[in-house]
Write a protein that binds this ligand. Sequence first.
Ligand code: AMP
Ligand code: MG
Length: 331
Amino acid sequence: MESQKSNQPANETSASDNDKEEECCANTSCEQPSSPKQGDFSDPVYKEIAVANGAINRMNRDELCAKCAELKLDTRGVKDVLRKRLKSYYKKQKLMHSAAANGNTDTYFDYICVVDFEATCEENNPPNYLHEIIEFPMVLIDTHTLEIVDSFQEYVKPVVNPQLSEFCVKLTGITQQMVDEAETFHRVLKRAVSWLQEKELGTKYKYTFLTDGSWDMGKFLHTQCKLSCIRYPQFARKWINIRKSYGNFYKVPRTQTKLICMLENLGMQYDGRPHCGLDDSRNIARIAVHMLKDGCQLRVNECLHSGEPRSVPISAPIEGAPAPQTPKKRN
Ligand code: AMP
Ligand code: MG
């Protein structure tokens, strides 16, 4: 059965423009690198460096010596040497802090977390159909060992359309009993967050999410959070859309970036049951691992902005997702 995800139309459930809470990053980290680019002297950090240099220029030798001692720097040398030493020290410190504050440490992710939601659906989903998440799977890739190291899977009870369509059961393999016995999204999201927290993602380890297309975050998660009256989680505001990465890296047209096609072009076969969220996630992870082994640096290329998925330029720094927080109810 052909996946509707392959068409990936714009999100049907757009948020209001002034819904600030939905905005990912107000035109900054979403759109542009947020730390000084080489040669970009308009960054405020250069103003700070200039101010520090001015202060150093006004110091006499004793003051320079005292400052060096205070900073545990070598106090030997003539006035010009001390001056240069102090200036270099401040410049290095300020640039380092600026880069760290902006997340531009440019070290790569330790983990990539693949997510592939399954949702309620009907054959030829009617316009404005409200998809509710019915399976929440995650597969964790260790980017150092290039292995899938863990996975999470829970089914979710839909509330608006509690009865699954025959089409949905056939497509996803998720039965009515599975969702009847499951818990509602809010509780499942809480456990998903705990799982991510246990892995120390966003605290000890740098990580990001990866999806097959922009629907998982941009449509399914966004719609579900609205339906469940939950604030859209900060940690899921940016992600890697593997279709875009794959197309750009291997220089293939969009028609060749469907899941089965990507696998086949890499000489692999789909392993498991298509449209089972966990199996889809595992297969997406296999593609991601393959790309990493081929030397592709998978980078965040999409974010949620005013309830719509948006592109993030490839030049943006490698920022890890924030540490996952317990889901918050909206008013
Ligand atoms: P996928 O990850 O491709 O399994 O798709 C995720 C979700 O998109 C499914 O759980 C369905 O809700 C919806 N979907 C995918 N393919 C179709 C289709 N052919 N017709 C209707 N809905 C679909
Ligand atoms: Mg799927």
